[in-house]
Design a binder for this molecule. Structure first.
Ligand SMILES: Nc1nc2c(ncn2[C@@H]2O[C@H](COP(=O)(O)OP(=O)(O)O)[C@@H](O)[C@H]2O)c(=O)[nH]1
Ligand SMILES: [Mg+2]
Length: 385
């Protein structure tokens, strides 16, 4: 088993794709010595790394400069190498570290090591550090940071202190509320998936282009123009959404030919695996095909082509919004409606939430536990790992 006390390890804690900056965490007993061998300032190797210092210099392999970088001295044995985000540079630095005996590990392994190496084993604070890096919005990062100051860590500690005088049902209700809030927080932290469905020619691709702000999907009057799905990331008010344009669903197309049958199948699969379905309906339509078997799937009915008149079937749907994808009318309302249906619009940013799978699993166990002994055990595991 890995141990931060005996082994020196490194992990890339930023995304592995091309980015402006990448951060490599280097930690372990030999971290300082190894950094002294590969870091140079003003032309000479540096061996002084005071905790709290941020040092500018070069990562060098023999006499070859690999990159210009900043070293963050986070602890006696913990350093952050902030280098350029080019994956080739990152790979080069990792190879150099490997040649010095450093073991390269995944960020989540690093997280466990950092947590284990702390005496009071505060796992949530380590999880906050790692998870905040992967969020897609600043508000997402704020939600995660809040779990350290007030939210999850505080709630867990409070439960532990007061468990003896508490009713088990109250703990269960609290845990269930946390689980429900976590699902919404996850949409803000990780982004949501939305799928455009509806009959051919209802205007899905036109709406997709409108929401993306560019002409990505082909739009024609010919039913069945969109076959394979397209996707694009769009920013709404609070959340980022991965939006999918599909072939839509038309019973007659399923049997038409192999390509149509497959595109119909894909549209179905996507609509079953998303956070919200945007079902686009044109004015003349009177019926809607329910795509996904799951009854609790969130659906917003988008009554498109409002410039041509009112949709006949408008009264029969729960959540509706009228738009004209062609001229842009109602798009602001659509954006707001998506966030309302997803529950993001009235999300309480002070809510206690789980933000990792580990936390979610333990919270689910707390919600169904029937003895205080069990609850204590799960909360302790939640806080300390
Ligand atoms: N008048 C009007 N026409 C629209 C609107 N949205 C789409 N269309 C037209 O409807 C046709 C089908 O559009 P398209 O986006 O390809 O539909 P899809 O098959 O659902 O992807 C095209 O001729 C579009 O220009 C709208 O809001 N108003
Ligand atoms: Mg289309």
């Amino acid at each position: 088993m890995l141990s931060a006390k005996s082994q020196t390890v490194a992990a890339v804690v930023t995304g592995k794709a091309v980015a402006a900056v990448s951060v490599i965490h280097l930690t372990g007993p030999a971290a300082k010595e190894i950094l002294g061998q590969i870091f140079s300032r003003g032309g000479s190797k540096s061996s002084s790394f005071e905790v709290g210092e941020i040092l500018h210099g070069h990562i060098i392999d023999a006499d070859r400069i690999i990159d210009d970088c900043l070293i963050g001295c986070e602890g006696d044995e913990q350093f952050g190498i902030n280098c350029h985000g080019n994956p080739l540079i990152v790979e080069d630095i990792l190879e150099l570290l490997k040649s010095k005996g450093v073991q390269i590990i995944e960020p989540d392994e690093l997280l466990m090591l950092l947590a284990q190496s702390k005496d009071d084993s505060d796992l949530i604070s380590a999880e906050v550090e790692i998870a905040a890096i992967g969020t897609v919005t600043i508000v997402g990062a704020k939600i995660i940071k809040h779990q350290l100051k007030m939210g999850l860590r505080q709630t867990g500690r409070w439960w532990l202190e007061n468990l003896e005088s508490m009713d088990i049902d109250d703990v269960a209700a609290g845990a269930e509320k946390i689980i429900a809030d976590s699902a919404i927080a996850s949409l803000i932290i990780n982004g949501a998936k939305a799928v455009l469905t509806g009959k051919p020619n209802s205007g899905k691709s036109t709406l997709f282009n409108r929401l993306c702000g560019r002409q990505k999907a082909i739009v024609t009057d010919i039913a069945g123009t969109t076959r394979d799905w397209l996707s694009a990331k769009i920013k709404l008010k609070t959340i980022t959404v991965e939006l999918f344009d599909t072939a839509g669903i038309e019973k007659s197309l399923v049997a038409a030919n192999e390509v149509d049958a497959q595109s119909q199948q894909r549209a179905k699969e996507l609509s079953c695996d998303c956070d919200i379905i945007l079902n686009v309906i044109a004015p003349g339509e009177t019926s809607v095909d329910r795509l996904c078997g799951s009854a609790d799937k969130k659906i917003l009915f988008v009554l498109n082509k409002s410039d041509l008149g009112k949709c006949k079937a408008a009264g029969s749907f729960e959540d509706t919004v009228s738009v004209s994808a062609k001229d842009g009318h109602g798009i602001d309302k659509l954006v707001s409606a998506i966030e309302v249906v997803l529950g993001v619009a009235d999300y309480d940013f002070k809510a206690t939430v789980c933000f990792t799978e580990r936390q979610m699993k333990l919270m689910a166990k707390i919600a169904v536990a029937r003895s205080k002994k069990e609850i204590r055990q799960f909360i302790t595991e939640l806080l300390t790992g």
